[in-house]
Ligand binder design. Structure first.
Ligand code: ATP
Ligand code: MG
Length: 396
């Protein structure tokens, strides 16, 4: 019997590796999520074949991380990551293995994985390989390091952030010894690259129970060693859950009273995320003075307003807030959403006045934009012309 697990192309990859005489299994998050009855998005495959051997088996492969043993196989147009069984030896800097050693035994590979629930493998025939009691931990909703937690966090301090990330995503508790090891090793998070921390934080934000993770981050003193984190998470927790990662970053920024620039720099956020946060900062200042105005609805994306309002309400729980539906309705009901929506442009102004271009054109386009936005004039070429010529004559 073959297993109804994974996508058809991913099953094909496992089958072809087996047919070529190698071992191949599904591993990692997809197996864990399957046992939790959740739909997995990507199906990672581990194999006894070396990367070179993997490349021989398949006609279309891409080298994505060959030094770490990962080859991307393109099967029926689907990209599938195949990673050679490996161990990682001597971590001198708490970050990355000094040397990746390929091994032929699945159990050795599973042993280097972070948590028991992530050290599970599933064969094509449906056999579950669980050498570290991952199934029981899943049942008990426990995040437990594989082997000695202190050693494992010493090898790679990111695992501590992964532990809190999983507690948010799954709503699980971190097992006692694992938690204690986080407390003892929290300071070594400072050695981890920001990019890796950021990737875990993005998943943490949109988990089902971020507050659980925040509490652990504070209790274990991880907060002191993260790039930026408030020492009080009351406001941050009151903002949960988050629909998108940007809401999480916004809440972190406002709850911690950090500036958008500082937060973006500390976590190496993308330019898009940075400009989102800059807008949230500005929208929050506006909101401190009262409900959002037409100009605010016009200026800010609705996602920015929603993220801002979420934090504002967490800080002012007894004051009347603005419903998401109301913000969406306000945004949609604007007469224009940008200058491009105006039915006239600068050339029209020059034609109507028989004047050459200049600064005046931009100034008048701003006035027209304001007039249409505030419904002093409908967004109609003829009516704008009439309104404009009137005002233009009056002001000359
Ligand atoms: P998600 O569903 O969020 O992708 P995941 O468990 O698949 O969760 P990944 O970051 O995709 O997480 O990693 C895939 C697998 O690789 C993990 O399940 C785990 O077995 C292993 N792994 C990832 N990062 C580490 C690490 N820092 N230390 C040890 N093992 C790790
Ligand atoms: Mg994954």
């Amino acid at each position: 019997m073959t297993l109804k697990f994974g996508t058809a192309p991913s099953r094909k990859v496992v089958k072809q590796l087996e047919d070529a005489g190698y071992e191949a299994v599904f591993v990692g998050g997809s197996v864990r999520d399957h046992l939790l009855g959740k739909e997995a998005s990507d199906f990672d495959i581990a194999t006894s074949a070396t990367p070179e051997e993997v490349k021989h088996v398949f006609s279309h492969t891409i080298d994505v991380g060959i030094a770490h043993g990962t080859v991307m196989v393109i099967m029926d147009e689907e990209p599938i990551e195949v990673t050679t069984y490996r161990t990682e030896s001597t971590y001198t800097d708490h970050r990355r293995p000094d040397e990746v050693k390929f091994v032929r035994s699945l159990e050795d590979d599973l042993q280097r994985r972070d948590f028991t629930m992530n050290a599970l493998a599933l064969t094509l025939s449906g056999e579950l390989i669980d050498p570290f009691g991952g199934t029981i931990d899943l049942q008990n909703r426990k995040i437990r390091a594989v082997g000695n937690a202190t050693d494992r966090f010493h090898e790679d301090a990111l695992r501590m952030i992964r532990a809190v990330r999983f507690s948010s995503v799954l709503g699980f508790e971190i097992e006692e010894w694992t938690l204690q090891a986080i407390e003892e090793n929290a300071a070594s998070v400072a050695h981890v690259s920001v990019e890796r921390i950021k990737a875990e934080m993005d998943k943490l934000w949109v988990g089902i129970d971020p507050s659980k993770a925040f509490a652990t981050i504070i209790d274990t003193c991880l907060a002191e060693h993260l790039p930026l984190f408030p020492d009080d998470v009351q406001v941050l927790s009151a903002c949960t859950p988050f629909a998108i990662t940007e809401q999480g970053w916004s809440a972190l920024m406002l709850a911690g009273r950090f500036s958008a620039v500082d937060l973006a720099r500390a976590y190496k956020l993308s330019n898009r995320e940075k400009s989102f946060l800059t807008d949230v900062q500005a929208a929050f200042d506006r909101r401190q003075n009262g409900k959002f105005s037409i100009d605010d609805y016009y200026r800010f994306a609705v996602e920015v307003l929603i993220a801002t309002e979420k934090v504002w309400q967490a800080i002012h729980p007894t004051e009347p807030g603005i419903l998401v539906e109301e913000m969406m309705r306000m945004k949609e009901s604007l007469s224009i959403h940008s200058k491009n929506d105006l039915k006239v442009d600068g050339k029209d102004l020059m034609t109507w006045t028989n004047q050459r271009g200049g600064k005046w054109v931009g100034d008048w386009m701003d006035k027209i934009e304001y007039a249409v936005l505030h419904r002093h004039c409908p967004n109609d070429a003829e009516q704008i012309k009439e309104w404009f010529l009137n005002e233009y004559k009056r002001q000359r």
